[in-house]
Write a new protein. Sequence first.
Length: 510
Amino acid sequence: QVKMMMTVRLWVVLLLCVWLGMSGSVGRSSGWGVGAQPSQWPGLRVLVSQSALSSSNALIEAYTKEVLVDNTLPDVSGESGFKIGHIDYKLKNIKVHSFVFDKSPDLALNPSDHTIDIALNDLRCNMDLDFSYTAHPIKIHGSGWAHNALGFNIKIQAESGTPINGKPELWLKGLDIDLFSLHVDLHGGASFFENILVDVFHSKLQSQFQSSISKAMYAAFDKINDKYIKTLPMSLNLTSSVGISYSLLHDQYNPYIRPFGILSDHTGTFYNPKYEQQCPFEASMMLPSLSTLTDVQVMIHEYMGNTLGCVLQTAGLLNYTLNNTNIPPSFGINLTTTLFGKFIPAISAKYPNQPVAVQLTSTRTPTVHVDTKGMYIQILGNVTFFVAKPHAAPIPLFAVNATLVLDTKVAFNSGNITLNVTYASTNVSLAWTQVGPIDGALVQFGGEALIAGLLVPQFNKIANVGFPIPFFDAGKDGRVELYDTAIRYNDAYVVLDSRFKWVDSANGAV
């Protein structure tokens, strides 16, 4: 039985672009690897560069050693003839150990076969065993132990894809094991039978060794699929009403093997976990930027932000009542008729020294727009002011219509995509009044003060937390960490370029 200490380090590097989310449906793609139907454009794309994959030699070596370490091969028995008789033999306690690489592994992307080809050349290891034999017809018995030095090559072809359920899978498409040297050092037994035993070792141990390595590799791929890939969550619920989906669009060739790296297409959409809903938005083409590609490139379409706005609007999460019990202390004022009476005397005259509440209502699904200068969020809403006496029906005072455009910047912090409002443009107009005429300039000034002093800081407080992107956290094994991150803006999508490193839970970054 092969004992394997499994790790996901190599496959975190190879399949950084593979995981998370809810399924889609699209036929085989060409070119950059996107579907032909506009409704099936991905909301999220992830590209891991060829250079990043090729620099993972240390991880490949570590993975291979952990798969192959301390293999115990099954006992071997049989007989072999010689000129005056034959010999019965038994080889047991066959232990393979001490794997070393004389050459660095070679990883190549093969777009024509859609495979990841890994060549492990000039591996060497040791094999120790105990042997016993009986020679016939002369009935000579003997036993001892042997030390064997082996040299071999392994060629691996790995293939990935996405079945109909939207989860990625990894297959071992091809495996070739070439044992190019086997040196036997016998200890014990009669010297007359040494050459016979060496011939036995060469013929029997070679096939046994190759079979054992092959089983270990296939078992490793099965373990990766079962323990790590197939258990990846298809979605992530951020709150009870908001979830985010990263699933791969269904395509037998997604993730796509390209000469420049591995490219994966994800649904990239927000949803409500409580019920299904259709948001009237579509994504569009997102092209990787090879000139800025370092290790990993993440492309996020404005479609993702629009589906978030759709979910929030439908769930009523953009409607909020603001009063003196929940107003942030940083705002620095109390909402009372006395305060409003300084600008609109009729309010304090009619309702002296009464608490005021503000009802904020989004009247249309917010929209997100991205261009080469940045990202903008437009919110249309209604703001109603009313007297809020305890244990009494609210008394409406006046309402305004507001169009809010937030100029936001995207950042990457602590594994999350975050937003920060850098400028807010507000257009406010009076909708109706129960307290007599109100000057339009005063309405505009008050609206801008409310937005700048209260709503923008609260928005940034939430948006600075952000949402995660699909890089892999392997729990107790470790995680992938992004660093040296740069943000760029294209028409309709944001591009994040970054380097990454594997952080081992026990030993830190490697």
